[in-house]
Design a protein. Sequence first.
Length: 180
Amino acid sequence: MDICTLYTERLILRPLELADAEAIQQQFPHWEVVRYLNALVPWPYPADGALTYLRDIALPAMARGEEWHWSIRLKSTPEQLIGNVSLMNEQDNNRGFWLAPQWQGQGLMSEASAAVTDYWFQTLGRSVLRVPKALPNIGSRKLSQRTGMRLIATDDGDFVSGRLPREIWEITREEWLQQR
């Protein structure tokens, strides 16, 4: 299945491609971006980290139909990548995202998350979306609360910043469609 470009009021979500490596390499390796991401993210981030990630992990998973990754771009400056939002066919880990620091706190990730959540439920036909997050990641928790998700489990997880309490949030297809 080809992954389509998605549009929101302010954003263009374009499927990731190898040509995005340089822009990701510039925007991604900031502590405030990576600290609550999965510990699989190397830190300090290597000079070829984005290229390696795209070439060896993201693009092959997209080709296999196991993951769906989009770059986040403002409609006003579509040439500039400002973040990434992803869907994954993993147990208890179906959506993830990051946004460069200067664009945080403007509701952009809420728009991007809503667009890919619609894709998850309507295009991919999935029945439930689960999202893990580090307990100290207040912004991510607030996004889940605003979108009608509920906390279903807590445990500990390994993040770039170390071992932290982790929450798993969930919403069903019916709940999502009912609120849309």
